[in-house]
Design a protein around this ligand. Structure first.
Ligand code: NAP
Length: 274
């Protein structure tokens, strides 16, 4: 017999989703993973895959792919939200991005859904350096990136997952926008230094322009429809607008967020950087 009252974790094999799945399973909450490799498969680019994945689902974590600030993302999220509510979903938790104007439209679709909602609006993930697109440059010993000298309050995805899991599983987070950041502002140069120290490797940070970064991505075979909006997004969110701390982790969980140095120490101990 099929399980009822499932919690669907979109992006459930990704950086945030897989940690949320672990947390909900520990709480004994039945979970379904929503991704192209899930059963049944879920594909953002194919709305016909959505209704079967939404069957018996009451709660959904939405991590859009590739990025909810990309062109067309908000419209897709809005269509998904309508489909989900029609299918009987009663609670939505959206992963959003801090300082991203495009992301506000996706947030609006969730706020106007007519069902319970929580928004987790995140700063840059620490884990971009250990599990994401900055892992390869870290391993190569040179992070050439258009981060300039701007300071960013990097968030540990472990904290983000704690907040999202609480919002999915508990009633005390409804209607909240949790802007989640780490406890400290770091420049990209400082973040790379912390990693170099923890990993005991030589890693340089080389600030480059967004044009140079876009060109390098295209030369590496990244498709233009991905490289161009990504470069635009990076230029927007790293213009200094996000160079301040927020208290979302404390408000949601009643504790301080984890420091970048603790992330770097634990990631190094897990041998992710060799
Ligand atoms: N990185 C940051 O610093 C940052 C900061 C703030 C917000 N965000 C937001 O985080 C979100 C990404 O979350 P994440 O980092 O946890 O994910 P992620 O690690 O990038 O993993 C992507 C997930 O999406 C699935 N996926 C990929 N293509 C898909 C498709 N066409 N249809 C359905 N699922 C697909 C993947 O599984 P399959 O391959 O099996 O499909 C995987 O589970 C984005 O919306 C971004 O805006 C990121």
């Amino acid at each position: 017999m099929q399980k009822k009252n499932l919690t669907l974790i979109l992006g459930g094999t990704g950086k945030t989703g897989r940690r949320i799945v672990e947390r909900l399973e520990k709480r004994g909450i039945p979970v379904r993973i929503g991704s192209r490799s899930g059963q049944p498969p879920f594909d953002w680019d194919n709305p016909a895959t959505w209704p079967p994945v939404l069957q018996d689902v009451e709660t959904v974590y939405i991590a859009f792919y590739p990025d909810l600030a990309f062109p067309g993302a908000a419209a897709t999220i809005e269509t998904f939200v309508h489909t989900a509510v029609k299918s009987g979903v009663k609670r939505l938790v959206l992963l959003s991005g801090r300082g991203e104007e495009g992301a506000l439209l996706g947030e609006k679709a969730v706020r106007n859904s007519g069902v319970e909602w929580t928004i987790v609006r995140a700063s840059w993930f620490n884990q971009n350096f250990s599990e994401g697109f900055l892992l390869e440059p870290v391993m190569a010993g040179e992070v050439a990136f258009p981060g300039g000298q701007v300071a960013e309050p990097f968030i540990d995805v472990e904290d983000l997952a704690d907040v999202a899991a609480a919002a999915l599983a508990e009633d005390g987070h409804l209607g909240q926008v949790y802007e989640v950041t780490g406890p400290r502002l770091l420049t990209f140069a400082e973040a790379v230094q912390e990693i170099a120290k923890a990993a005991k490797r030589e890693i340089r940070y080389v600030p480059i322009s967004t044009e140079e970064y876009a060109k390098a991505m295209l030369e590496h075979g990244v498709p233009a429809e991905f490289a161009n909006p990504l470069t635009e997004l990076i230029a927007t969110v790293l213009d200094g607008r996000n160079a301040h701390l927020s208290d979302g982790v404390k408000r949601a969980l009643g504790r301080e967020p984890r420091d970048f140095a603790d992330f770097a120490r634990d990631a190094a101990a897990s041998a992710v950087w060799g």
